[in-house]
Design a binder for this molecule. Structure first.
Ligand SMILES: Cc1ncc(C[n+]2csc(CCOP(=O)(O)OP(=O)(O)O)c2C)c(N)n1
Ligand SMILES: [Mg+2]
Length: 449
């Protein structure tokens, strides 16, 4: 909680509510807590009309004008300026403003791993940092980075290590953030632009409007190379030794069948790692617990997102099995509200990512990995039916896309149980099969574990 208060006198109500709204929307937005003692709840008071927001708190704060001019100069004089988008771009609905800036800058957009929602209109020029090969070249060539709504945290190697240590290492950093405390926490910043993304990004665009940059000469090639990469991944040979579905195919089929306007919710271990590489859709809203990678949040997020949306947009929830089990009873809510959530469960009957760690630590076959495998008799489709939802069981990867389409068409909350190959999912001794696993590991202690 950012703040908490108790309303001891009924007449304080307005003042305390206003302060609560002020605090929760200042800096990084977050919840506040107010309690009413029982003697206040039943009191009658004269209530004056509510003040308009701008009369009692800062609304849509903008950045310092001199700083905006300095940032614009850096961008104008750069050879390869780029944009790095964090999760706040999606949360604050600043996407179309970022699109305008990206077009004026003629530049590619990199996504942080927590900010992988795509912005309508610039999907093609957007690449996931670390998981698209062209992103390596883009980072190395970049000489100015406009970081928008990101703390430039550990999965970004703090904007200092790994990929950032290649190429133009003296690149300049412009950081657009609502929270002044986020500026410069993880790396030095050349130009801080503090304010609401929805105000600051247009300020920067206005400063560049009269001299838009030509499209970067490599942009078309980057777009083509990434398209080719994704097409090749979709056509990969997905045969597995066990005959169970390959995790890569599980991602390809699920995300290719994702409706264009879907909200994509993610949860799990190995499957999330595969999703960064194999993702075929360009979802405009992605809900996933980046910070701390806390498992089990997916189903509550899916239910919450769908209720907040009024049940209008389809919700595709891709999850690993163990993560799904945490709060599986929330399926009852999905059923009771008849929410259009299609859950696709990748079932390896294990805490897969942890099994991989055991194997690397103790060697394949040298451990029974106690407590990380569970019975093959668990059936998520049947569990779903018992809670009022529709259940499906899909054993063949190539049949998964059609099943998802059918599930969305039915309008019913549905759970699709997909048995996936355990070795592919959590890797063999060397973790050779998990897509870009070595790169994912660089997040943790720079891969020194
Ligand atoms: C709440 C929580 N507990 C434990 C972990 C550590 N952890 C990371 S991945 C993982 C295994 C996840 O298993 P599953 O959801 O089945 O995904 P899989 O790797 O098998 O695809 C665990 C236990 C975590 N991230 N969050
Ligand atoms: Mg699992």
């Amino acid at each position: 909680m950012k703040w908490s208060a108790s309303i001891e006198y009924a007449e304080q109500t307005d003042e305390i509510i206003r302060h609560a709204l002020r605090v929760c929307q200042t800096g990084t937005p977050g919840p506040v807590y107010i309690e009413y003692p029982s003697h206040v709840i039943n009191q009658d008071i004269e209530v004056k009309p509510a003040l308009p927001p701008a009369a009692y708190r800062l609304v849509e704060p903008g950045a310092d004008g001199q700083m905006v001019a300095k940032a614009a100069e850096l961008i104008k004089n750069a050879e390869c300026p780029i944009i790095l988008t964090g999760h706040a771009v999606q949360c604050s609905r600043a996407g179309q403003k970022v699109r305008e800036l990206a077009e004026l800058m003629g530049c590619p957009v990199l996504q942080t791993s927590g900010g992988n929602a795509f912005i309508e209109g610039i999907e093609e020029r957007t690449f996931p940092y670390l998981f698209a090969e062209v992103a390596d070249e883009i980072v190395a060539k970049s000489d100015v980075v406009v970081a928008i709504g990101t703390e430039i945290g550990e999965p970004m190697h703090f904007g200092r290590g790994f990929l950032w240590a290649e190429g133009n290492v003296d690149r300049k950093w412009i950081s657009i953030e609502l929270d002044p405390e986020a500026i410069g926490q993880n790396r030095p910043i050349d130009v801080p632009l503090v304010g609401d993304l929805r105000t600051v990004v247009p300020q920067l665009s206005a400063a560049l409007k009269d001299s838009p940059r030509a499209e970067h000469p490599d942009l078309k090639r980057w777009i083509k190379e990434d398209k080719d990469r994704l097409a090749a991944l979709a056509k990969q040979d997905f045969t597995t030794p066990s005959g169970r579905v390959h995790t890569g195919q599980w991602v390809v089929e699920s995300t290719a069948a994702m409706p264009e306007n879907a909200i994509h919710v993610r949860d799990g271990g190995g499957t999330v790692v595969f999703t960064w590489t194999y993702l075929q859709g360009k979802p405009r809203d992605v809900v996933w617990n980046q910070n701390f990678g806390c498992l089990g949040t997916g189903l509550p997020y899916a239910v919450g997102a769908s209720i907040a949306d009024g049940g209008k947009r389809p919700v595709l929830f891709t999850t690993s099995d163990s993560a799904f089990l945490y709060h599986i009873a929330e399926l009852e809510v999905a059923h009771r509200f008849n929410l259009p959530i299609v859950t696709v469960v990748a079932v390896d009957n294990a805490w897969g990512l942890e099994v991989g760690v055991y194997k690397r630590t103790f060697g394949h076959g040298n451990t029974t990995e106690p407590g990380v495998h569970w019975s093959k008799d668990v059936r998520f489709d049947k569990l779903a039916e018992s809670l009022g939802c529709q259940g499906m069981y899909v054993e063949k990867g190539e049949e998964l896309g059609a099943a998802i389409t059918k599930a969305f068409a039915s309008g019913k909350p549905t759970v699709i149980h997909v048995p996936i190959d355990p070795v592919i999912n959590h890797g063999g001794n060397e973790n050779l099969d998990t897509a870009n696993y070595a790169r994912f590991r660089t997040w943790y202690a720079e891969g020194q574990q």
